[in-house]
Design a binder for this molecule. Structure first.
Ligand code: ASP
Length: 349
């Protein structure tokens, strides 16, 4: 990207922050890529710590994990691999990190158990795979991909999903693998305060639910061949009732990809995102109303915000434009294009 394009991008961003909707902070970075350019974008959830609770060391650790995730996807795409493989690889890195609410760092439900959700979608074929409330599977995103590729189904849940993971040779782990002190203490605080699942959606906004209440990881990519893919994985909402399923494994809510429109992955309170059918709405706005990816993401997010919810989204469109928006105080995020310039962010700048 030339210096002029870069400067224009910075000016556009500044304009957006000053004049944009106050409810929606944005980190949109657009550009017209070459036809064979690729891009991958990731998020590590919108439940970011307050700035005064973010130490330099912790911020460096978050940025390093985001960078490692982008690198995993980049390595696949630069070698000519496809977008599905890239988003899976990027999400695995985030699932394996204790920093994010997915895989290893997942939130507990109110019984102190980890029930994980994930989904993946291939924008070329419209194939999709999803898993809900699964226990003991180290990388739910790989299970979602296996369900997509090796079964006649789209979605599996619970014990049946775990049995399938075992038969497919995926790595199973004991419950303590997912135990982290930070998440355990956070659950205890929540249970003491009585702010767990019992809050009705209208009473529980993203702002008042605390940084560890939510979080999710996701990746979207466009490969050299123009194929889009999206993947999302989460431990779900902290203190949730056993058996609760959020938006992350719901195709069209937490995850959606179609080569003609966009690939998108959400983070936010699933109880809102599901009812807006948020990522499918984005795709439909583009397909039937001629919206750009930025316009579609913004309009869909506004619906969630208007209902009283909070949401963050990453998306890439068929032309390779990246959109990253969030309604809370920030979102762990990043992207990289073919030029190998890795960009990561947490707050507004
Ligand atoms: N969307 C996830 C859920 O509701 C949580 C999150 O993204 O924060 O399970």
């Amino acid at each position: 990207m030339g210096i002029l394009q870069r400067s224009l991008g910075v000016i556009a961003l500044a304009v957006l922050f000053v004049y944009g909707s106050p409810a929606l902070a944005s980190d949109d970075r657009a550009r017209q890529p070459l036809a064979d350019d690729f891009v991958i974008a990731i998020h590590g959830g919108g439940g970011v710590r307050k700035r005064d609770k973010m130490t330099k060391e912790l911020e460096a650790a978050y940025r390093a994990a985001l960078r490692q995730s982008l690198q995993a996807g980049y390595d696949i795409l630069v070698a000519g691999g496809d977008s599905i493989a890239a988003v899976e690889a990027a999400v695995i890195v985030l699932e394996d990190s204790p920093l994010f609410n997915a895989g290893k760092g997942s939130s507990f439900n109110r019984e102190g158990i980890h029930e994980l959700d994930a989904s993946i979608m291939d924008g070329r074929t419209a194939n999709a795979g999803a898993v809900g409330v699964v226990q003991g599977v180290k990388n739910p995103i790989t299970l979602a991909r296996k369900i997509m590729e090796d079964t006649p189904h789209v979605m599996m849940a619970g014990e049946g999903a775990r049995q399938f993971a075992r038969s497919a040779g995926l790595e199973l782990v004991a419950p303590h693998y997912f135990w982290t002190e930070r998440k355990w203490k956070s659950l205890q605080r929540r249970l003491q305060q009585g702010t767990e699942y019992g809050r009705k959606p209208r009473q529980a906004s993203i702002r008042d639910s605390g940084s560890s209440a939510w979080g999710t990881v996701g990746a979207v990519a466009r490969d050299r061949y123009g194929n889009l893919a999206a993947a999302t994985s989460t431990g779900g909402r902290e203190g949730k009732l056993p058996g609760r399923i959020g938006d992350s494994p719901i195709i069209g809510a937490g995850t959606y990809a179609h080569n003609d429109t966009l690939a998108a992955s959400s983070t936010g309170l699933g109880e809102y995102v599901i009812r807006v059918v948020s990522t499918k709405l984005m795709s439909d706005l583009m397909a039937f109303k001629g919206y750009s990816a930025q316009q579609a993401v913004k309009a869909s997010m506004q619906r969630v915000v208007d209902m009283g919810g909070g949401v963050g989204v990453i998306a890439v469109d068929k032309g390779g434009e990246v959109v990253m928006r969030y309604s809370g105080r920030g979102m762990y995020r990043g992207f990289v294009r073919e030029d190998g310039e890795f960009v990561t962010g947490i707050y507004e700048n």
